[in-house]
Design a protein around this ligand. Structure first.
Ligand code: IVH
Length: 746
């Protein structure tokens, strides 16, 4: 660059052409950086050109280009990272908090696989690194993509940043053609301390803990910043593979090691439960001197063939679990108790605390669960904390475990202020003044204001637009709050009329703070895009009590269409009333405390209440509660919410704007049982009940717990009783286990 003119000598024409040249050179450098592993420019030269560009722009502000390199943060679009769909979902782990939970984990695996309590079963145990997971994709031995976990299905493309991490090899020798390595990015204690010192010296914000520092560093839009941050990586698993790595986890880890990845030296092969717990104790002993944060020990079934059989639940593998270290504790003063109102009207007490550091994080809020918890009782009225209640001004113990919301564990009565009085839990909603009532058997007090209550309405709307629900780009919790406060959106249906009401010429929206012409147009486009929505997302988005993401998918899969779901839910209304009545009757029976003859009385009460019910209502109710994953509680919530006039009208208004995609069963092409409702009964000999169910569902079948007219097939093992009888009565086809295995080609 010897022919470069000093900036202060440039004429306007020279400056213009120099800015053009710099924009082209820097854009090319960004592309090189992302796509090849031999960038043409050194970092120093790149930075120098960027500075020169900025100096010229400062001298000739009018010449600044629309695509000026000073506005580009690295090569990524300014909005953030591009999205990457994971070829194999990145799941999380279930948690165990004590030896009992670990025993339960071992037992459930044995049960699923049909192994006796003494059959050999090997696991690996390794530290659970407190960082963030990353998936590295290698094709023909070259790193082609690095992605964060995101929501497990879609993550962020952080390839350029990952390339700056020393523990991540660019090239591999002898790897399968396609190899996705999964592991954890983290920062060591020493590097974290040094980084925070540098941050403080530069007047930048300090990070709360190494995990936040690692996350903040990996998710930098400018890879040059990531490069300056000392990140590390431990490999512990894999996603898509063109050829298996090994037959066991332990061998696979050795293979990753040989390929040049850092693997954790505390990974051990353990023969059964006791060995796992021993290794846990060993790791816990070393925790303080490891030099990086860990928050537990991960156990995995070693044999990969068994793992294949065990498979996954909706978000976690059956073959692994995280045994977490005990929670971290601190004492502080309780300054206030605020009551928050959630989307289902639940009044939740929140402790406002004098800030205190708990395990490296400053905590000033914690949950107090509900009014019984504050009063020192559990849901059944039994004392907790030996009956000590919690009062304003009390000295309280705060604990947190992992990412979980901090909780109040205990209270120190010796430090209680003399004038402290028991906390009075409000009986009216602090947001709308409606009565807040506790139904029998419910630990939670709820606002009865429904959609009239602004807090409920806003929380419902926030849930509606959240990621697993409608996920409308540009319409997050903050925007929903604003729109609601201004009366633009009161219920979900209003989102879909926003454009028609406020979009003309974009005037009104683009004049609002934080909105411009482009973002307004993008928002309306994003809303239009979501008029077409998969059935499961719609069901989840309604935010009904007890209907979470998994239940919503179960319901969608079972009913296929909105119309079929609604028909059954509406038909089940009289049955829901019976359910409520019999629950109330049963409660009073229990309270009557007479144990003698109770079973008979309960049965009698049930029969009395359900006797007069129309057969269609009973069939609809049985269909609902027969869906795996849908119990009486969920069914009751679903039917009663849909029966509430205001709520139902609001849902109907919403649905009128939508085109609902019907649910289809998963990858079931050619499956002989896709769409069929199957019931298993009796003893299965070649596989366990859980395994049978999981395989049937993977083939697109609906597995139900009870036989009804909708059952297509009963698989009956030895000892089948009333279900086989009922199937015979209803003329439902019945086969044995071998015939089932033959049918599904197993
Ligand atoms: S195995 C199918 N092993 O913990 C999921 N995860 O709480 C397999 N993690 O998302 C994960 N150390 O980010 C595994 N040694 C380890 C781990 C580990 C940390 C993280 C990982 C995962 C999270 C789940």
């Amino acid at each position: 660059m010897s022919d470069e003119q000093p900036v202060d000598k440039l004429t306007e024409a020279q400056a213009r052409s120099e800015l053009d040249r710099l924009a082209a050179t820097l854009a090319q450098a960004d592309r090189d950086y992302y796509q090849s592993d031999a960038p043409a420019l050194s970092d120093a030269e790149y930075d120098r050109l960027k500075r020169r560009n900025a100096e010229i722009e400062a001298r000739f502000p009018d010449l600044k280009r629309a695509d000026s390199p000073s506005e580009q943060i690295g090569a990524q679009p300014a909005e953030g990272f591009s999205k990457v769909a994971h070829a194999v979902r990145m799941l999380s782990l279930g948690n165990a908090f004590d030896a009992e939970d670990v025993r339960g984990f071992d037992q459930s695996i044995r049960k699923y696989l049909g192994l006796g309590p003494d059959a050999p079963l090997a696991y690996t145990a390794e530290p659970k690194i407190d960082g963030l997971s990353l998936s590295l994709r290698y094709e023909d031995g070259r790193l082609v993509q690095a992605a964060t976990r995101g929501d497990g299905a879609v993550g962020e493309n952080v390839t350029a940043n990952a390339r700056t991490i020393d523990d991540i090899p660019e090239r591999l020798d002898g790897a399968p053609d396609v190899l996705e390595i999964r592991g954890e990015v983290y920062m060591s204690h020493a590097d974290f301390a040094a980084l925070n010192e540098r941050q403080a010296a530069a007047g930048d914000k300090r990070f709360a803990n190494p995990r936040n520092a690692a996350a903040g560093s990996l998710r930098q839009l400018d890879p040059a910043i990531t490069r300056a941050r000392p990140l590390r990586f431990f490999a512990y698993g894999w996603g898509e593979l063109s050829a298996p790595l090994a037959g066991t986890q332990m061998e696979a880890i050795r293979r990753l090691d040989a390929l040049g990845f850092a693997t954790n030296p505390l990974t051990a092969l353990c023969d059964g439960l006791e060995a796992l717990l021993d290794h846990y104790a060993r790791i816990e002993e070393q925790r303080a001197t490891l030099g990086y944060d860990i928050d537990g020990v991960v156990y995995k079934v070693d044999d990969l063939a068994l793992r294949g059989r065990l498979g996954f639940r909706s978000t976690t593998p059956r073959w692994a679990i995280a045994h977490k270290f005990p929670a971290e504790l601190a004492w502080t003063r309780l300054e206030a108790i605020d009551i928050q109102v959630g989307r289902t009207g639940a009044l939740s007490p929140v402790a406002r605390l004098a800030p205190v550091t708990v395990g490296g994080v400053v905590v000033s809020n914690a949950t107090l669960h509900n009014e019984d918890y504050i009063a020192g009782r559990d849901a059944s009225g039994q004392p907790i904390r030996e009956g000590r209640d919690i009062r304003l001004g009390d000295w309280v113990q705060v604990y947190r475990a992992g990412d979980v919301i901090p909780k109040i564990a205990d209270v120190d009565l010796t430090k209680r202020p003399e004038d402290a009085t028991p906390f009075t839990f409000p009986e009216t909603c602090p947001e709308c003044g409606s009565d807040a009532v506790r139904e029998a058997g419910d630990a939670v007090r709820r606002c009865t204001g429904g959609l009239v209550c602004p807090a409920q309405a806003v929380e419902k709307l926030k849930h509606f637009v959240s990621r697993a629900a409608f996920d409308i780009e540009g319409l997050g919790a903050k925007q929903v709050e604003q729109f609601h406060a201004d009366g633009w959106i009161r219920e979900p249906a209003d989102i879909f009329t926003l454009e028609e009401r406020f979009g003309q010429g974009m005037q009104q929206l683009k004049n609002r703070e934080g909105w411009g012409e482009k973002s307004a147009a993008n928002l309306f486009a994003a809303i239009r895009d979501k008029r077409r929505i998969p059935l499961n997302r719609l069901i989840f988005a309604l935010g009904l009590r007890h209907v979470g993401e998994v239940a919503a998918s179960d319901l969608a899969r079972h009913f296929g269409s909105w119309r079929a779901l609604i028909a059954t839910v509406d038909a089940a209304r009289p049955a829901a009333r019976c359910q409520l009545e019999s629950e109330a009757a049963l409660r009073s029976e229990r309270e009557a405390a007479a144990t003698e003859g109770r079973r008979a009385r309960i049965a009698e009460t049930r029969a009395r209440v359900w006797d007069g019910l129309a057969p269609q209502a009973r069939a609809a109710w049985e269909e609902l509660i027969g869906i795996e994953g849908v119990g009486e509680t969920l069914a009751l919530s679903l039917v009663t919410s849909m029966a509430q006039e205001a709520e139902r009208a609001s849902i109907d208004r919403l649905v009128a704007h939508l085109e609902i995609e019907e649910a289809t069963a998963p990858d079931t092409e050619g499956s002989p049982v896709a769409g069929k409702t199957v019931v298993f009964t009796g003893t299965l000999e070649k596989m366990t009940r859980a395994e049978a169910k999981a395989r049937a569902e993977a083939l697109g079948a609906k597995v139900s717990g009870s036989v009804s007219a909708k059952t297509d097939l009963l698989v009956a093992g030895p000892g089948a009783g009333s279900k086989a009888k009922k199937a015979a009565e209803l003329g439902v086809e019945t086969i044995d286990e071998d015939a089932w295995l033959a049918l599904i080609g197993a």
